[in-house]
Design a protein around this ligand. Structure first.
Ligand code: GLA
Length: 388
């Protein structure tokens, strides 16, 4: 009989060491030790398109070069050891959820023990949960000698988070972590559940991410409330997805301006406007227009702040600090909000200044990184993930 998972077991030093060296190397594979299997998954940023994946909208996102590593091995005694990472106990639940989801998908996963390590901060709006789950899925496929299509990995990772753990997330993070291109962005159409690659036609322009250290949780009540309010708003307007034009755009603005009853119209204005901005942002990226992309990012921040009401004073301050630096094209909160991180688009020459200004605005516990778009798991783990 399989015993109940032990969520607070401390894995052996060998597993911890392997997870640490995997994330340090940022490579998909660490030289094999026959019984230990590891995988490294990237986080993601959203260039434009937050809080629209659950409304059938469009999202322009990219994987980033901050990672989570999982190292695991089979346990012969049948006791599932749900991992403690070297630095974050909460990852244990995500590792265990991934094993359950893979079993539900028909993969014969034995009891395991695992360790995690990460350069990607948890709870920072950078999809660390999806990265832990997806890295676990890849490490388990390596252990089993299995192979899955990228879309099946996305499905299993979503199943783990949404159904096993009951987090009311959309499917954005899983798509970004798995399917992001080598060096470019991903345009995710949440209505069709389909992705397309967008070339990164910006020379000497980089991303700066600042984690404010203010923590959020997609499992918390506010995210679920936004989902419910958005669903109600779409219904009120007789729309199925945020990609449809609202029947009466002026009525949306009028409704959003009225005191009582303004909430649904504001939520609707956010998801419809954000979806349009995401499409325009993809055009700007393709066309190599950093200014236009930056402007859309800043507009996105204002919409998330004013209409969707998911920003915080700390996020607003960090975004404003970035925008004040010459060479910064735009900045926005990223992910679910209510804390987490700010993303800025800046000329490479201004990136250091921008990162310093953002860190200073975030305060003592803030951290900033200069990042570039990175490949998703379907590229780095092609030994177990087939494209498509
Ligand atoms: C979290 C969720 C995603 C998405 C974003 C906001 O990351 O997991 O599904 O809704 O928030 O865009």
């Amino acid at each position: 009989m399989r015993m109940a998972p032990d969520r607070i077991a401390v894995p052996g030093p060998e597993l911890e060491r392997r997870a640490r060296s995997a994330v340090a190397a940022s490579t998909a594979r660490v030289p094999a030790r026959p019984d230990v299997f590891s995988a490294v998954a990237p986080g993601r940023c959203v260039l434009v398109g937050d809080h629209v994946d659950y409304a059938g909208g469009l999202v322009l996102c990219a994987a980033i070069d901050l990672h989570v590593a999982v190292a695991l091995r089979q346990r012969e005694d049948g006791v599932e050891r749900g991992v403690v990472g070297d630095d974050h106990r909460g990852r244990a639940d995500y590792v265990l959820a991934a094993t359950q989801a893979l079993r539900a998908a028909g993969v014969d996963v034995p009891p395991i023990e695992a360790a995690t390590s990460a350069s990607l901060p948890p709870g920072a709006g950078l999809a660390s949960s999806a990265a832990v789950v997806c890295a676990t899925v890849v490490a388990l496929l390596r252990l089993r000698g299995g192979r899955m299509a990228a879309s099946a990995v996305v499905d299993a990772a979503y199943e783990a988070e949404h159904n096993v753990l009951g987090v009311p997330c959309g499917r954005l993070d899983q798509h970004a972590v798995v399917e992001s291109p080598e060096r470019g962005a991903l345009l995710f159409d949440a209505a069709a559940d389909a992705v397309a690659t967008v070339a990164w036609n910006l020379a000497d322009v980089v991303l700066v991410v600042c984690d404010t250290a203010e923590r959020h949780s997609v499992a918390g009540p506010e995210y679920a409330r936004r989902r419910a309010e958005t669903a109600a708003a779409l219904e009120l307007a007789g729309m199925e997805t945020a990609q449809q034009p609202p029947p009466d755009a002026r009525a949306v603005d009028a409704g959003a301006a009225s005191g009582a009853g303004a909430v649904p119209w504001r939520r609707l204005r956010h998801v419809v406007g954000e979806t349009r901005r995401a499409a325009a942002a993809a055009d700007a990226l393709r066309g190599g227009d950093a200014r236009a992309l930056g402007r859309l990012m800043s507009e996105s921040h204002r919409s998330l702040r004013d209409d969707h009401e998911v920003s915080t004073p700390a996020l607003d301050a960090v975004a404003a600090a970035a925008e004040a630096i010459p060479g910064c094209h735009g900045a926005r909160m990223v992910g679910a909000g209510f804390g987490g991180s700010v993303l800025a688009l800046t000329d490479a020459g201004a990136a250091g200044h921008c990162a310093d200004a953002m860190r200073a605005a975030a305060g003592e516990r803030g951290a900033a990184w200069i990042l570039r778009p990175s490949p998703g798991l379907a590229r780095t783990a092609s030994d177990v993930i087939a494209r498509g």
